[in-house]
Design a protein around this ligand. Structure first.
Ligand code: ZN
Length: 457
């Protein structure tokens, strides 16, 4: 007797799409078989006309909890993940206090475990650490490390303990420590000295204009930082992962380092689906760092996804309370940087499949199996196979998702300007986490606590 039987769906298997029935027992995939009448199950889910996919694994998420509850809580943001078809989030260490010790990691783990609707892994900061400290964080269950190649943003010292590595010697040592712990090192890449130069040059620029962001944070800062890290990592051999690539030139640098440095990279939906034009329309809602760039960059990033240069799509989900964004309306220098993405990712990828920019296996390698491989979750997550965790989504590839603030779960629903009214082809109908349905037919059904802590194998 199985717990659940999902019947009638097209199922994305490692070999491609096939019409199969799938049974779940004890939170794992227990059977994948040809449709049959007499399979005993406690609950049957009729999925005729739907597609069954591995849940998305978003490797770049900021919930920040337990700090900053006004910007979102474990409950609000993992509800957003559930509604968005994201069954695992990897949560960044930028919070107060920074996740930079095993003790802090354990406190955050306990805080998330109580309320989370989806699985979660926790990043740790790494800057200034030696190899023994890095191994201690790995032993506590850190999923990966994070650093920035930039200085600490002024006034945010408490959030950035051990995260800022603005010089190459610091970055080189961070790569060494990550290698010693055998965990990925995810890097926010903007070259600190160039950033300072362009900051000075744009000091007199009009801060009410979206163009201020690309003037003060031009793509060359990103491209140079990525090239330097890739070159250093050819020497060190860590698992280097580049966060939120925004420009075509950076994608070209990554392409040229292929096979020479152990390098993976992610792009965010906002860099694929928006350009400075949308930011001009949305105002500071569309402020991100590094910034959303130009249509030519979006085109180059789509090509880099299609040819395998960029290996992941992740959101950099960073919710801000509307009042916080509004307080800096019209001031791109002062506004908080970040857009919500957990409810965008899966519809955006389904839309890319519907428009034949990517095949379904390609798209799901970018948001599920690829992330699982890179972050040590392979064999448990990221694919539909017997024995894997039952982290699954049912989607309707023929229905549309229209992004409207009032139907989003994230606390940052008011700050979705770049997506307001956007119609994506493809819709999440049901989200299953560890065998439990946490979202179904437009409503949250999880009560919290369904998700589990994930650590690398
Ligand atoms: Zn981020």
């Amino acid at each position: 007797m199985f717990d659940y039987l999902i019947s009638g769906a097209q199922v994305l298997l490692p070999t491609g799409l096939a019409r199969m029935d799938l049974a779940i027992s004890n939170g794992t995939i227990a059977s994948i078989h040809e449709p049959a009448e007499d399979v005993p199950a406690r609950e049957r889910i009729d999925a005729d006309g739907l597609t069954l996919l591995p849940g998305a694994i978003d490797t770049h998420v900021h919930v920040r909890a337990p700090a900053f509850p006004e910007r979102g809580t474990v409950t609000t943001e993992t509800r957003a993940a559930a509604a968005g078809g994201v069954t695992t989030i990897l949560e960044m260490p930028v919070t107060i206090p920074t996740t930079a010790t095993a003790e802090q990691l354990n406190i955050r783990r306990a805080h998330f475990e109580r309320d989370t609707l989806v699985n979660f892994g926790l990043y740790a900061g790494l800057g200034g650490m030696d190899e023994a400290q890095a191994r201690a964080l790995r032993d506590a269950g850190a999923i990966a490390f994070k650093i920035f190649t930039t200085a600490v943003p002024s006034g945010r010292e408490a959030e950035f303990e051990g995260l800022a590595c603005p010089t190459e010697d610091q970055q080189y040592m961070a790569l060494e420590a990550a290698r010693a712990a055998d965990l990925p090192l995810t890097v926010h890449c903007e070259h600190a000295a160039l950033l300072k130069l362009f900051g000075q040059r744009s000091a007199g620029a009009d801060r009410t204009e979206a163009a201020y962001m690309n003037a003060s944070h031009p793509a060359v800062c990103e491209t140079v930082a990525v090239a330097a890290l890739a070159a250093m990592n050819a020497d060190v051999g860590a698992k280097l992962h580049i966060a939120h690539v925004t420009s075509g030139r950076t994608a070209e640098v990554i392409r040229r380092f292929s096979g020479f440095s152990d390098l993976t990279a992610e792009v965010c939906p906002q860099s694929l689906y928006a350009s400075e034009t949308e930011v001009r329309r949305a105002g500071v809602d569309g402020k991100t760092i590094p910034p959303i760039r130009y249509e030519a960059d979006s085109d180059a990033l789509w090509r880099a996804l299609a040819d395998g240069t960029i290996t992941q799509v992740a959101t950099d989900h960073a919710p801000f309370d509307t009042s916080e964004k509004n307080a800096s309306a019209g001031n791109f220098a002062a506004a908080p940087a970040g857009v919500p993405g957990l409810e965008i990712l899966v519809p955006a990828m389904l839309d890319a499949v519907a428009r034949q920019r990517l095949s379904m296996p390609q798209a799901w390698d970018l948001v599920s199996s690829g992330p699982a491989r890179r972050f040590g979750l392979q064999g448990r997550k990221g694919q539909i196979a017997v024995g894997c965790d039952a982290d699954l989504i049912l989607v309707d590839v023929a229905a549309d998702t229209v992004i409207r603030a009032e139907t989003l779960q994230t606390q940052a629903r008011g700050a979705t300007g770049i997506y307001a009214g956007r119609r994506f082809r493809g819709k999440v109908m049901r989200t299953i986490v560890g065998g439990a349905t946490v979202f179904s037919d437009g409503a949250i059904t999880g009560r919290g606590g369904e998700g589990a802590f994930v650590a690398p194998a």
